[in-house]
Each structure stands twice: as structure tokens, then as C-alpha cells.
Design a protein around this ligand. Structure first.
Ligand code: MN
Length: 226
């Protein structure tokens, strides 16, 4: 009984002191908060849930290390610049150099990691399905063209399904941190063809990796961008 009572006192003490520390922290609402502006998006699935298409090890590195590094770099780079309070898309559209590279990769991976589901796959429905058929003839042909664009992209980059202001779809290839927002388009779906996205699981077989990704696409998430 004594032990339990003591533990309770200890725990409430910890709780009170951490709440107190937050309240009296003079930086709570200024610089310190801003410096931590962009954060890792929360994954809507467990890190091993996309196996065998994407292994837990790849998620741990790609999401936990690579994406975290882009976000940390971005937060550090924009401190004290005109981008300090800007939203991510604005930074991607208006920056260049290191800021663009880290902002672009943050935006790209935020879209990428939230477009998967262990219950994904199948085909899009409704208006997105109609737009895909209108632009590419059929869903099968769209996948073929998308995979071909990813395979033929030399070096590191992204292949995107994007829509213009009229809702018409197109596939764009972007080198490195590129995103179709810089061309006035809205990105709907992006496949990462940097080697870090597939090398642990597929080594040099980029085409095999891209072909497998369709099994985990969450079309509800993609349709939400359309
Ligand atoms: Mn990546």
C-alpha cells in the first residue's frame, strides 16, 4: 500500500512539473514553436503493414530517417527567412537551392506515404476513374505509361499523376525533389524512384518495385486530391 501511494505521488509530481515547465516556457508561442513547424506526418498504418511490397526496414529508413532528415533540414533552413511562416506548397513554389530540395522532398514524401494502405490496390472509382480513362484510354494503359515513365527517369526523382486547372490528367517526370505544383499542376499520386525507396527490398530492380506498388495504393486517398 505504501509503495502504491508513493508511486502515485511520484507520478503526479512528474505530471505537475512537466505541465508547469510547458506553461512557464517563454518560447512556447514564438521562436521555438516556429523552428519545429514541420513535423513527420503520422502514418495511417503500422510500419510492417505494407509488407511484402515495402518492408518494415525500408519504411524505418525511408520514413523514419530520410523524410525526418528532410523535415529537420527544412525547419533549420527557413528559420529567420521569409519562408519561416509560409506553408509548404508556397515554399516549394517560391524557393530554390537547399530550401527547395528539402521542402520539395517533404511535400513529395507527405503525399507518397499517405497514398498507401495495407488494404489498398484495385482501381480508382468515380470521377478520377473517368478522368484516367479520358486521358489514358484505360486504367491498365495508365499504369503501363506511369511505370514506363518511372523506369525511364534517369537517376533520382519522381513520377507523378497530376491534374491541371480543368481537371485534365497528365503524367509528369520530375528530377530529384521536383513536384508538379511548380508547373501549376495538382499532384494526385507520386512514385518515388530514388534508390533509397526500393534498394533494400528490390536492389536494382526498379521496374519490379513500381509494378508491385499498385497493390498498396489507397485510391480513396488519391481521389481526395482530385
Ligand atoms: Mn524518398
Amino acid at each position: 500500500m505504501k509503495k502504491i501511494y508513493f508511486t502515485c505521488i511520484m507520478l503526479s509530481g512528474l505530471f505537475i512539473s512537466s505541465a508547469y515547465a510547458q506553461n512557464i516556457n517563454p518560447n512556447n508561442n514564438n521562436q521555438k514553436t516556429k523552428a519545429m513547424k514541420f513535423e513527420l506526418p503520422k502514418l495511417p498504418y503500422a510500419t510492417n503493414a505494407l509488407e511484402p511490397v515495402i518492408s518494415q526496414q525500408t519504411i524505418d529508413f525511408h520514413y523514419g530517417k530520410h523524410l525526418q532528415a528532410y523535415i529537420t533540414n527544412l525547419n533549420n533552413l527557413i528559420q529567420g527567412t521569409k519562408f519561416e511562416n509560409a506553408d509548404l506548397e508556397t515554399i516549394v513554389k517560391e524557393s530554390d537551392g537547399a530550401v527547395f530540395n528539402n521542402a520539395g522532398q517533404t511535400l513529395n514524401h507527405n503525399i507518397y506515404f499517405l497514398s498507401f494502405s495495407p488494404n489498398g490496390g484495385g482501381e480508382p472509382k468515380g470521377k478520377l476513374a473517368e478522368a484516367i480513362n479520358a486521358a489514358f484510354g484505360s486504367f491498365e494503359n495508365f499504369k503501363k505509361e506511369f511505370n514506363a515513365a518511372g523506369v525511364s527517369l534517369f537517376g533520382s526523382g519522381w513520377v507523378w499523376l497530376a491534374k491541371d486547372s480543368a481537371g485534365k490528367l497528365q503524367i509528369t517526370k520530375e528530377a530529384n525533389a521536383g513536384n508538379p505544383v511548380t508547373k501549376g499542376l495538382t499532384p494526385l499520386l507520386g512514385f518515388d524512384v530514388w534508390e533509397h525507396s526500393y534498394y533494400l527490398d528490390y536492389q536494382n530492380r526498379r521496374a519490379d518495385h513500381l509494378a508491385e506498388l499498385w497493390k498498396i495504393i489507397d485510391w480513396n486517398a488519391v481521389e481526395a486530391h482530385y
